[in-house]
Design a protein. Structure first.
Length: 199
């Protein structure tokens, strides 16, 4: 479980295929503190397990489903990624409950500056968009954000100046993908209602 409050931006060292699997190596600083083998780290919103340490780097294995559902397969050496350690009983819940289970990808279609803030519009498939509501929560590349508006094919959110400096989204280009995790409450409600209607 995570909060969607990014602790630091790490740097991709490598993404390599070894036999039938993929290994992602990320250099970090803060999230290394207190982390041990087997711990969960959210990388651009994707919950991954630490499999090795070497110096200031951590290694993670990527499953085929992870590569299908997320944008992690598009990472290249030198790219920055959002990092967050999993919550502890004493963690302040500054964002919202984020599982690190990415629902799918969206595509950045527009950046629009307004004073020192930045509007971001993300296009996403209908099967994800149906769970996104104005003023609701969403995790975009693991960052807890408030949805401002939703239309037929996309949604928007705004980044204040501080947030722009501490997450990877502003460094991306129009057309690039972001990982999306919607508020799980909507999915539970849908599931419950579906069973009631069937009954």
């Amino acid at each position: 479980m995570f909060t969607g409050i990014v602790e630091e931006m790490g740097e991709v060292v490598s993404l390599t295929q070894i036999n039938d699997g993929w290994t992602l190596v990320v250099a970090a600083d803060k999230v290394l503190e207190g982390s041990i083998l087997g711990d969960s780290i959210a990388i651009n919103g994707t919950c991954l397990t630490i499999t090795a340490f070497e110096g200031n780097t951590m290694s993670f294995g990527l499953a085929p489903e992870t590569l299908r559902k997320t944008s992690l397969g598009e990472l290249t050496p030198g790219r920055r990624v959002n990092l967050e350690r999993s919550v502890t009983p004493s963690t302040r819940m500054g964002g919202h409950f984020v599982q690190g289970h990415v629902d799918g990808m969206g595509k950045i279609v527009r950046f629009t500056p307004e004073e020192d803030s930045l509007w971001v519009e993300v296009e996403t498939p209908a099967d994800i968009l149906k769970y996104i509501v104005p003023k609701g929560f969403i995790a975009v590349d693991g960052t807890s954000l408030t949805v401002v508006d939703v239309n037929e094919t996309s949604f928007t959110f705004m980044l204040v100046a501080y947030t722009q400096e501490h997450i990877v989204i502003p460094s991306k280009k129009v057309g690039e993908h972001v990982n999306l995790e919607v508020d799980i409450l909507g999915k539970y409600v849908e599931r419950i209602l579906a069973h009631k209607l069937q009954g």
